[in-house]
Structure formats: C-alpha cells, structure tokens
Write a protein that binds this ligand. Sequence first.
Ligand code: ZN
Length: 480
Amino acid sequence: MSAKVAALIILLAIAAASPASAQDPIMQVKVTYENASQLHTLQAAGFDMAHPQRDHVDLFLNQSDLAQLQSMGLQYQVIHENITEFYKSRLPVLEDMGGYKTLSEIYTYLDAMIADHGDIMSDKISIGQSIEGRDIWAVKISDNPGLDEDEPELLFTGVTHAREVITPEVLFYTMDYLTDNYGSLAEVDGIVNNREIWFVMVVNPDGYYYNELIAPDGGGMWRKNRRDNLDGTFGVDLNRNFGYMWGYDNVGSTPVTSRETYRGTGPFSEPETQTMRDFIISRDFSIIVYYHSYSNLILWPWWYDYLLCDDDDIFRALGDSMAYYNGYEPSPAWDMYLANGVSLDWAYGEQEVKDKNFEFCIEVGGNSDGFWPKLSRVPQLVSENLPVNLFLCRAANLGGEGCCEVMGDYNHDGRFDILDIDDFIRCELNNMTCPEVCFEAVDVSGATAGVPDGSLDILDIDYLIGYLLRQDYPSLPECP
Ligand SMILES: [Zn+2]
C-alpha cells in the first residue's frame, strides 16, 4: 500500500468517526399547522420536536430534515439557524460547557458530597456500564446507608437524553438540601430516616461526554447514546428502547437510524437501558422520576397510545400535588405527543418480573429555557422542583400502613393511601363534609402549622403526610 493510499484510508476513517452533527448545524424551526393530522404527519416523519402547541411546534432539524419538511408543504419559520450557537451565545464564554458541569465535574461534585455526608450517603455504586464502557453510577441517601432497610424506596434520574443539562442540577439541589439539613430540619430527618432515596445522575454518560467534545463551550444538541449503528449513523434514543410496547408503531419511535427517536434494533438492545432495567428490578421502588427537559410538564403512563392507565387516578392525585409545587402541567404523557419504548410505560407496565412502579417524567423548563437554559435561570429551575421531590419522598409510602389506625374510619378500604388523599380532595371540592372531623383532629392537636386556614386543601394533605413522618409527632391523635 502506498503512503498516499494509507493516508487516504486514515482520512476516510477519521471522517467516518467524526460527528455528523458537528459539521451539520441544528436549526430550530417553528412549524405551523391547521389540524391534528398535519401534526400527526410531522410526528410520523420522526422529526425531533419540542412540546406541540395548539397550532405550532418547534422542530430541531439539520439540512436534510429541512428539505424533507419543505417537501411536506407546511408553513415554517426558522427561529435559530444554529441552535448550538444561540445557546452558546447566552452562556459564559470562558467556562467549560458554558458553566454547566462536565461529566467529570458531576462525579467530582458527587464524590465531595459523599465525603461530607457519608453518614447518610452510600458510596457511589456502579450499576452497569455504557456502550463506551463508562460506569453508570447510583448513590443512596438514607439513614444507615450501608444497610438495605425495609423502607419505601424512590429513584430519581437525570440525563437520559444527553443534552438535557439541567437535569443533574435538579438532582444535586435536592441532594444538597437533604444532606445539608439533616439533623436540623425535622421534615428532612423524617424523610431521610424513613426512606431510601436513590439517584442516578447520568443515565447516558457517553452522550453527555460527546456534547463536551462537539460543543465544549456548551449548547451541544446530542440526545441519544453513542451506539455505532454501522451505517454511518450513531446513537439510539434510550427513551425509546425500553421493553414495554417497544416499536408499537412508527409514530412514537422510528426504525430509521439517523433519527433522534431511533428505537434501536430491539427492546433493551442498549447497555444503558439494560442497566436501568436490571437496577430497577433489583430494588423495590414505589416511585421513580426521570427528569427530562423541557416543556414544564409532569407526565405519567401511558405514552404509547391515547389510553388512560388503570391507576390514572393515583397518578393524577400525585401529579396534581406535584403541579401545586412547580406549576407545571400534569397529564398522561400522550397528551404531549406519542412515544413508545419509554421508561414510563415499562416501569408501570412491566408487572411480571417486578411490581409496577409509579414513574413520572418531569420536563424541566419552558420554551425560552430550551435545552441549555441561561445560567441565571438555574436557581429557579432547580428550586421549583425541590418541593416536588420532597412531596414524592413523603408520598412514597403508597398503600402504606402508617396512619391506617387513625384514618381507617374515613377511608374506603381500611388503609390510608394516596387514593384516600384524592378522596379528601374531591370531598372538599364537592363541598362534602365526610373528611372534616379528622382534619379537625389534626387542627386541635396543636400541630397546626401546616393547617393554617381551617379549610382542607392540598397543603394540608401534604402536611398530613409530612406529619406522619416527623419523629417528634410519632402518631396522630385519635379521631373522635
Ligand atoms: Zn428527554
């Protein structure tokens, strides 16, 4: 082989390995439509889209996507010619990742937190590896973190999609709150002492790292993992690769490898989804939260079709309470758009190898935040989700027995659970009197801080759950 041919081969090899998206800017395009079937057509084309609105949706397109859109004859307007450049332009220029944490900074921060709070944090545990061999780390916050205690368990996750950089910040803020206030706030003590709270900061470390490579100053738009699809394209959408209703249709995911919602060659074909599957099966999570961005939404199953799940009333009771705190819009996930092979549907739908898990996807941030919010927005975005996470920690005793002796007279099945809470809400909304006696009992106990105005509302209900977790009030007073 001549040196010239060898050099050419090396050049070709570099070209094949280099990121297509690094040379091919992603633009943000607003498409206007007149009816649902036009939106359906856009979805079926497999475009990368944000939350559809009544008459328009934002798409993220490269040049060949744009050509395809143009052939569809819909009205559109280019909002940003190069969305990465736009995001970058509003982030600090001199900081790595525009001031967001790099992958190694995420783990440095986590290690420091563990070093400071080893009394209530486990070591970080590798629960599996990505396709490029990076560890996927989990950590637990609880009292006696080295023991597997018989306490309700929750799981919070971030960075399933690589570009959703606000999601680990949301987790860190809650973790800092729990660890910094343990021993000084009764509410935090109640949660940490009575729950096992697991965190997986980064489900998709390869994708996150890849954004560092292609956009070291921030604004990277890589979404999928880094699977080599062996056809010149890379990446599987991890949130289309879970094994429940995987590939149900081509509207909610796509078999086209180049697309952002490519579902992979089979259910759980990817090591990252296998890792999450095996971890979830190995534990007993009552509530799971996958943080995503963006759209200000709280989503629950189903996602694969326009159907309500059997426990929609429980999801809605929880979702309404979460929305009370962060102001997002709660709904079954299909209300955003259809998707299949998603973590939500598997967590809830798979009930043979494990119990059903109540999983939510929370989409953090609004349209103006996008995937890379201005740094000045971070404090708001992370703090608005802290009370959501604390509420879920309290509510994780779904179907638990904590207060059945007290509430047993009032609920419908002898167990106080989230269904009863929802009943209380309904009674109040319908101006019925059935639950008032018990809440008066709470009121007269002297522990009235959370029941300030005599009328039953979601604050009081949340307070009641919190009350049961407090060490200084081990039980509610007897109802008359
Ligand atoms: Zn996402």
